[in-house]
Design a protein around this ligand. Structure first.
Ligand code: FMN
Length: 347
């Protein structure tokens, strides 16, 4: 309720500055004064060999520098994917580069992997290591924009972070680094081969895919992800396409579209992927998750867990806590013993 009252004020602030303020408040424990959420046992579930307290995760891009991931667990998130991290720090694209499409409950961003780089980020993780040990942290990694060997960048980040995180997500789908999406088709074998060669232990490697692939290309990517022994897929990143019905004056800004208008595409991708994976590896569903119904629909389509970014901006810091509670009610009313019973039942 409080968030709804504050929203008109928040909407007056430039989106990137608002984000910086929120990160500062989280760092100083202000938000956590109000909420210490612990998901009900009935929401426990697995992401491959990773046990989660709840299937609701925070999507990559919110905590780019691993500064507040420990605080997000208190807000009810069952896992956090931080990053994208690149080996060297980079400032990203020119500002302004985040736009709120209020009428469409969406965002467009063209940040371009702005982050403090591997060295600072590793220190940030280590500073909190003992505190998050029982919670689940994923690192989303990518190459520097002007790197001469992008595959080496992925491997460098992987080797550096694998020991301190529960899983690594390989981001080959950001629309804001030119040429990155080539790894989704013509360069996928080279990348997956190198990742397989460099695997160090049984820590999971997930691959994050875009919603803009043609069906055939998506199917081929999923086949390859299985062939090369990867452990899961994250579906999806933001989209470069723009549905005709968008209302906001910002709808033609360049960048990746997220939020409500991404929901159908993301869910369709989950469905297509599940038909191939048949639950051999988990799918993390991302895109337009705003309430518990959205979560249920993504799980039914084949996701084992979901992640949220844009929903957090529109619904506020209690979104994971509220969805957790609503899911518990739903499971009890429908006589289900565990949230995982919903996975893939549409098929
Ligand atoms: C401002 C912003 C920054 C993002 N940065 C990243 C990023 O660095 N790496 C990444 O893999 N995805 C990034 N994403 C994509 C989200 O992780 C997610 O895949 C996408 O926004 C769809 O989910 P949503 O509709 O819940 O926002 C970003 C999204 C937004 C809105």
């Amino acid at each position: 309720m409080l968030y709804n009252l504050l929203k008109p004020i928040i909407w007056q602030i430039n989106p990137e500055i608002a984000h910086e303020i929120v990160i500062k408040l989280l760092k100083n424990n202000i938000v956590n004064l109000f909420l210490k959420s612990k998901p009900d046992e009935i929401l426990k579930c697995n992401l491959g060999n990773i046990q989660l307290p709840s299937p609701i995760g925070l999507a990559a891009g919110f905590d780019k520098n691993f500064e507040v991931f420990d605080k997000m667990f208190n807000l009810g998130f069952g896992f956090v994917e931080a990053g994208t991290v690149t080996p060297l720090p980079q400032t990203g694209n020119e500002k302004p580069r985040i736009f709120r499409l209020l009428e469409d409950e969406a965002l467009i961003n063209r940040l371009g992997f702005n982050n403090k780089g591997l060295s600072v980020i590793k220190d940030n993780i280590l500073a909190k290591y003992s505190k998050y040990i029982s919670n689940k942290l994923g690192a989303n990694i990518g190459p520097n924009k002007d790197s001469t060997n992008r595959i080496e960048d992925y491997v460098t980040c992987y080797n550096s972070l694998v020991k301190f995180t529960d899983y690594i997500t390989i981001n080959i789908s950001s629309p804001n680094t030119p040429g990155l999406r080539d790894f989704e088709n013509k360069e996928i074998d080279d990348l997956l081969n190198e990742l397989r060669r460099n695997r160090q232990n049984n820590k999971s490697i997930f691959i994050k895919i875009s919603p803009d692939l043609e069906r055939n290309d998506l199917e081929q990517s999923i086949d390859k992800i299985l062939d090369y022994g990867m452990d899961g897929v994250v579906l999806t990143n933001t989209s470069i396409s723009r549905p005709q019905y968008l209302q906001s004056k910002f709808s033609s800004e360049k960048g990746g579209l997220s939020g409500k208008p991404l929901q159908d595409k993301s869910r369709e991708s989950i469905s297509i992927a599940f038909k191939i994976t048949q639950n051999q590896i988990p799918i993390i569903g991302v895109g337009g998750i705003f309430d518990y119904n959205d979560v249920i629909n993504s799980l039914k389509a084949g996701a084992s867990a979901v992640q949220i970014y844009t929903g957090l901006i529109y619904k506020g810091p209690c979104i994971a806590h509220n969805i957790n509670n609503e899911l518990v009610n739903y499971l009890r009313i429908n006589g289900l013993k565990n949230i995982s019973e919903l996975i893939g039942i549409n098929h």
